[in-house]
Design a protein around this ligand. Structure first.
Ligand SMILES: *[C@@H]1O[C@H](CO)[C@@H](O)[C@H](O)[C@H]1NC(C)=O
Length: 313
């Protein structure tokens, strides 16, 4: 009889302890919401300096930013040439300023090179490193002006395949942007991408023989009604690769949408976009396409007559 009473007491105590533990856990979880305030309150016990508090606050802000914005999957095809490391360094340091970016770098190569691998490892970015060699039948056309239109086909398709194999429709929230390694990007172009619901478009500077190419908007409706473009403005989407980004849901649901060697010259962007949207549905960004946040810059090919051994340049 006595034992039974003890047992009840024991179980009762156990339940009380569990409830108390849970309540403590609950409190600490709710405290996490105001981590900077909590730290500020206890800064003396924790021996935190004002600067350390500011750093915590900064991290807290960035974490919230992450929570509320889509992941921008920036797809960069790249190939070896003397300026490769310089270009990738410039791009990677632009991306350091974009907290919600995931960089997908695809080398035109049979293997992943040390140069790109080292650059990515040291970048502190969230990245995926891939490679896909452009087939030789395309390489042969190097002198052919049509060669230009096929650059990046293999690499962009490899990135699309990776996205479709590794991300889940409806679960992963994101935007896909084709970010060539030679252009110049204002970080604001990435902030614009956060607003995209389907396909967002904006002007691109220094392209097609114009100071900028841009979608032309209807003053009344604010919709895209045409394009200012140096070449074939009558294309369904006369937009440079740097002038649009696509919601990840669309990329993941239209699995047949890929770049192709069969696409007509200069129609890569236009044909790819027609899988996902219509001109009327485009979302004009960058203050109704009045701001230029990306430029089609071209780095001059340097004269290199000698190689210093032992230096990765
Ligand atoms: C863009 O244009 C639309 C309609 O023409 C207008 O309502 C809107 O305020 C404009 N937005 C900006 C950022 O200028």
């Amino acid at each position: 009889m006595k034992y039974k009473r003890f047992a009840y007491l024991f179980v009762g105590l156990g339940v009380i302890v569990v409830i108390w533990k849970l309540s403590v856990l609950e409190t600490s979880v709710s405290n996490l919401k105001t981590l900077p305030q909590a730290l500020d309150l206890h800064k003396d016990q924790l021996e935190l300096t004002q600067r350390q508090l500011m750093i915590f606050e900064q991290i807290h802000k960035k974490t919230n930013y992450f929570r509320n914005y889509p992941v921008i999957y920036a797809v960069t095809p790249t190939y070896w040439r003397h300026v490769q490391k310089a270009e990738l360094t410039r791009i990677s340091q632009t991306l350091q300023l974009v907290p919600n970016v995931h960089w997908i770098v695809v080398e035109d190569s049979d293997y992943k090179t040390d140069l790109v691998r080292n650059l990515l490892t040291e970048s502190d970015l969230i990245y995926t490193h891939l490679n896909a060699k452009t087939p030789p039948f395309e390489k042969l056309k190097d002198k052919d002006p049509r060669w230009k239109r096929h650059r990046g086909v293999e690499q962009r398709n490899t990135a699309l395949k990776w996205l479709r194999e590794n991300l889940k429709l409806g679960k992963d929230k994101g935007v896909v942007y084709f970010m060539d390694d030679d252009n110049t990007y204002n970080v604001r172009v990435f902030q614009e991408m956060n607003k995209i619901k389907t396909v967002g478009v904006w002007p691109v500077g220094l392209v097609g023989g114009l100071n900028a190419e841009t979608p032309v908007l209807d003053k009344k409706t604010g919709k895209v009604m045409g394009y200012r473009s140096g070449w074939r403005p009558d294309r369904p989407f006369a937009i440079d690769m740097a002038g649009f980004a696509i919601n990840l849901d669309l990329i993941l649901s239209r699995t047949d949408a890929v770049f192709s060697y069969k696409m007509e010259k200069g129609y890569q962007e236009s044909e790819f976009l027609s899988y996902f949207t219509t001109k009327e549905q485009l979302e004009p960004l960058a203050d109704n396409c009045t701001k230029v946040y990306v430029w089609h810059t071209r780095t001059e090919k340097p004269v290199v007559n000698g190689i210093v051994p032992g230096l990765e340049v």
